[in-house]
Design a protein around this ligand. Sequence first.
Ligand code: HEM
Length: 519
Amino acid sequence: MGADATTLHIAVHALASSLQAQVAAVFFVSAACTVALALLLALLRLRPPWWCACPVCEAYVTASWAREFDNLCDWYAHLLRRAPGRTVHVHVLGNVLTANPATVDHMLRCRFDNYPKGAPFSAILADFLGRGIFNVDGDGWLFQRKLAAAELASPAIRAFAANVVASELRCRLIPLLRSASSYGSERLLDLQDVFRRFAFDCICKISFGLDPGCLELSLPISAFADAFDTASMLSARRATVPMHVVWKLKRLLNIGEERELRDAIRLVDALAAEVIRQRRKLGSAASGDDLLSRFMGSINDDKYLRDIVVSFMLAGRDTVASGLTAFFLLLSDHPEVAAAIRDEVFRVAGGRDPTAASFDFDKLKDMHYVHAALYESMRLFPPVQFDSKFAAGEDTLPDGTFVAKGTRVTYHAYAMGRMESLWGPDCAVFRPERWLSGGRFVPESPYRYPVFQGGVRVCIGKDLAIMEMKAVIVAVVLSFDVEAVDRSSRRPKFAPGLTATFAGGVPVRVRRRAHCAPS
Ligand code: HEM
């Protein structure tokens, strides 16, 4: 090693050591301050302002709820069922949870202006989502909402999305299931993983016009999908850290998960920037019906374009995968529902083969039973289990609960789907017929069933999501029997994240049906 290189090596080493020393010092000082504060408060027999000894807060802080319940959402559902106004205040979290339709209507529609997403939520997702629709309030949100709602309602985008889903089904999902079934009963598939890959391919093509090919038979996972997963998982994990200053400090020092998050976001950014650059270079020759091409007509700022499209990918990927996974998990225990689906599909298809490439996606609209079965499964397993807003000013909820400025208010779709007071004594039973009247699907109020939210910020991808999920259900149920093999998946455990994910996946055995005919 030459003299210059040695000097450089020593300098780099010294710099690294000094950085490590600084990191250690910051942690030491913050730990010492916390201990000193706790001791001081104990000496003065004072409680910190966030402390609360009520039974709910105590059970939360000591995690004693976990002795009786598999998931936090199950415990919340239990508490909300028993609460007189169907509203519970978890003081230590500064969070008011509700399962009361009148309160949901109040926050999402009547007093929408008082319940924005708020700064605490935006801060958590800002690095990943930037100024995308999902993460902003006010004029920035309204501009994107108008633009996106118009695009998603346009016949061109709808037809494009239907083609994307049809081709992903025909060329990838069905061949993959066929291949899994041909190995006999030994070969298990993680259905959740398969649907995550399927939904990622679809939403990438719809949003960017880009095919990541996650569902190819060899099952490679693209670097982009991997980075996207890491970025959304680590962003969601920020919300689970009790003191936000912890992740903020880690981000400042670029260490641990925050460093991983930064690297993942860099990769997503690089790919998005490259796609946008290529598209700009090719000009009108490259414009298609994907969302990016459509938005490019109205927006010149490339970073803003990236934020908008990435928000769409986040909104439309895991939600669809989660909805489909839960659907087939329930169907595995309900062969009578699968049989009723087959009957309806053949009736609506009028004798034509519904699995054929030429199958008309418009026919999906006439499949009321399939629609009802999908809504019923999302009642029990909503892909977005809960959603929070932050009160801009003080307020009183319809059930009389006082809400101080800055309080987090959360509607709990998972708990609401399991309330006897809302769905009757058989609320725990998977029964698609509850959504039908005279054979037709009858929708519920979105404030009683806020699976797609409701009010001013209701999901704008709802129709697209339903088309995609119904198309998968029809194609898979006609050609295969899907059996969930793990008995414990009947009492699933959820992994923490922005959307409901089954911890450990959902292993299934797939059998090809002898012929695609009604049962
Ligand atoms: C089963 C599938 C889906 C479910 C259950 C679902 C549910 C939701 C929920 C609960 C929200 C409100 C989130 C919040 O404000 O924090 C939302 C918003 C949104 N969803 Fe969906 N979604 C689904 C699929 C999709 C798809 C496929 C797309 C896009 C193609 C999409 C695009 C959006 C967008 C852009 C928003 C933000 C709307 C706004 O803030 O004005 N969603 N969705």
